[in-house]
Design a protein around this ligand. Structure first.
Ligand SMILES: Nc1ncnc2c1ncn2[C@@H]1O[C@H](COP(=O)(O)OP(=O)(O)OP(=O)(O)O)[C@@H](O)[C@H]1O
Length: 591
């Protein structure tokens, strides 16, 4: 029989959301009881399964009903955890090491092999993270928590109850949960073993409820060699599953309530995974559609806020491992598992013949991207073969910031500030290219490839002169309102607020152009000394300027429009270009 036609011919499942399914071998007791397998793999990639079920007809003989399910990859009973790790999960390791967020979800009915799969993968990932050949100065921390209904427990602290709270900045905090620094693989394994034992002991005490809760192992990578880099996070999630058919008659009111809560949280999880992947897929397209991500609706998804928050700018990679027991007795639960897995697949609409546009990074292939990197990354220019060995423009935009900056800094002479500013420049171009179609429809050979070249004359977001020819004139001969300059503060203005020894001021007008009541930031009259404000050539000597100071975001600036300084032309060093980022509402230095 043919698989269900849920794959449209010209669409592909998102590579950032890999949906796999693993069939475990029949257990010894199942073989001894003469129970046959009822789920078989038809193809490995895409993974197609055939499920056969015996249905009792009202009259006559039982009939065999068959159905097919398709996921991205399938693994049979003879495939080892090592092979599955290498094939489907290992790519998350360098991703999180570089500052990305990666999540592995294992889902399936009781006894289908979730814990077996997750614990095997935890060991292999820990080995790669701590003993692999990954570069960089990083620290690794582990925490393991369990979620049952709306309660949360710390499995590394005697299963102590903890609270899921949201702080003033909207970040989810697990109040009371411990996080342990780990330096060796054996330390990681000891923590995991402790957590697993605790979960199992409690499970036995509470009438085998191990699969009635979700367990989340979080490995956080602190990045020390890139200033201001966000942490990489790897979540390994052992989800609560549906129960096996043979357990169904043991349902009591408490178990029914648990089952309901689990169904709700799994349904919310499905909507969150799909919503976030759809949102990520839409990056780079012109669509205004905003997928709904209901991550606040369950404790589990609230804790995984990093993964699902649609307002988050970080692209996340997910791997979903649906675990299946092939035994005929469990066919109903197995089919539910595979149906759920199918629903988690998100298809990327194929865009026909993307036309290259110089100001739109999402339309660049690798060659065009490399050319742009070489021409626009400042001095020395970033080695494009290291920054983008095979990525397209859209793929480079999705690279985690620390990984992007680390790759830039592999070019000798490129320091962090340049790498940071260069990434800002690429993103600024991307944001501007999306702002309106009109701005992107600029002919390729329409002047220099700057942000400004894609804006119309009334849409200024940069302090750069509109007329590129003026660049050849010394800046002191073309001082104008709105020009940003770096300057050396005189003693009276030395307030110790320089950024990397760079003081910036935004020119407003000649100091004599204001009335006698205007005072500078130190309380002095701005027009004092006005008599000497004109030089022999008629140019002004002193200008009223607005202070530009570092913002809370690293490398960003704020313009304090009403904090004046009076700057003498002799104290101005050079013109600097400030570009406004409407997303953060801060200014950045252009490369
Ligand atoms: N791929 C496999 N190869 C060999 N044995 C397996 C495999 N998968 C699972 N098992 C075995 O099947 C049994 C059940 O597996 P496991 O405990 O991982 O299931 P589970 O889905 O986590 O169950 P629960 O939700 O009840 O905790 C274990 O004894 C485990 O060793």
């Amino acid at each position: 029989m043919q698989p269900k036609p849920n794959v449209t011919p010209n669409s592909d499942s998102s590579l950032d959301n890999l949906v796999c399914a693993r069939i475990r071998p029949l257990a010894e007791e199942e073989v001894a009881a003469g129970l046959p397998a009822s789920i078989f793999i038809r193809s490995r990639e895409p993974g197609t399964f055939d499920a056969h079920e015996l249905r009792h007809a009202v009259r006559g003989k039982p009939v065999l009903r068959s159905s097919a399910y398709t996921v991205d990859r399938s693994y049979g009973p003879d495939i080892s955890t090592e092979t599955i790790y290498e094939d489907a999960v290992q790519h998350l390791v360098p991703w999180v090491w570089g500052g990305g967020i990666g999540t592995l979800f294992a889902y399936g009915q009781t006894g289908s092999g979730k814990t077996f799969t997750i614990s095997g993968i935890e060991k292999l990932a820990a080995k790669d993270l701590l003993e692999g050949n990954l570069e960089g100065d990083r620290k690794m921390f582990i925490s393991v928590t369990e979620f049952a209904g709306n309660s949360a427990f710390d499995l590394l602290n005697g299963r102590r109850a903890i609270s899921v709270l949201e702080d003033a900045f909207g970040n989810t905090q697990l109040a009371g949960a411990l996080e342990h620094e780990v330096k060796t693989v054996s330390e990681v394994l000891a923590h995991i073993e402790y957590a697993t034992k605790f979960r199992l002991t409690e499970a036995t005490k509470r009438n085998d409820t191990s699969s009635r809760s979700h367990a989340v192992c979080r490995i956080r990578i602190e990045i020390h060699d890139i200033p201001g880099a966000e942490d990489g996070i790897l979540y390994l999630v052992d989800l609560a599953g549906s129960e096996a058919a043979r357990d169904r008659d043991t349902h009591e009111p408490q178990r029914m309530k648990e089952a309901k809560e689990i169904n709700v949280s799994l349904s919310v999880l499905k909507d969150c995974i799909r919503g976030k992947v759809e949102a990520d897929v839409l990056i780079g397209t012109q669509t205004k559609k905003k997928p709904y991500v209901p991550f606040r609706q369950s404790a589990l998804t609230k804790v995984l806020k990093h993964v699902f928050d649609p307002a988050g700018t970080r692209v996340c990679k997910n791997v979903i491992m649906a675990c299946v027991n092939p035994c005929l007795l469990d066919i109903s639960a197995s089919r539910n598992t595979l149906r759920y897995a199918e629903m988690l697949r998100v298809f990327v609409p194929q865009v026909k013949g993307v036309k290259y546009r110089s100001g739109m990074p999402t339309t660049w292939n690798n060659e065009q991207l490399r050319e742009w990197i070489t021409a626009n990354s400042g001095s020395p220019s970033v080695d494009a073969t290291v920054l983008a060995p095979h990525e397209t423009g859209a793929q480079l935009l999705r690279l985690p910031a620390p990984e992007f900056e680390a790759r830039c800094m592999k070019t000798p002479g490129v320091i962090h500030e340049q790498a940071f500013a260069f990434r800002q420049k690429l993103w600024q171009l991307h944001v501007d290219s999306r702002r309106s179609k009109q701005k992107t429809q600029v002919e390729e050979d329409d002047g220099p490839d700057t942000v400004l070249s894609h804006l119309n004359k009334f849409d200024r977001s940069s302090s750069r002169e509109l007329d590129a020819l003026t660049q050849s004139i010394p800046f002191k001969d073309r001082i104008r309102p709105g020009m940003a300059v770096s300057w050396t503060p005189t003693k009276e203005y030395d307030m110790g607020c320089s950024w990397e020894e760079l003081n910036i001021a935004l020119i407003l007008c000649p100091a004599t152009a204001v009335g006698p009541t205007t005072q500078d930031t130190m309380g002095r009259r701005v027009d004092a000394g006005s008599a000497s404000n004109k030089m022999a050539d008629g140019k002004y000597k002193r200008y009223l300027c607005a202070m530009v100071s570092p913002a809370v975001l690293p490398g960003a600036f704020e313009v304090s429009m009403w904090r004046y300084v009076v700057v003498d032309v002799d104290d101005m060093d050079k013109e600097v270009i400030l570009e406004y980022d409407s997303a953060t509402r801060f200014y950045h230095l252009a490369v």
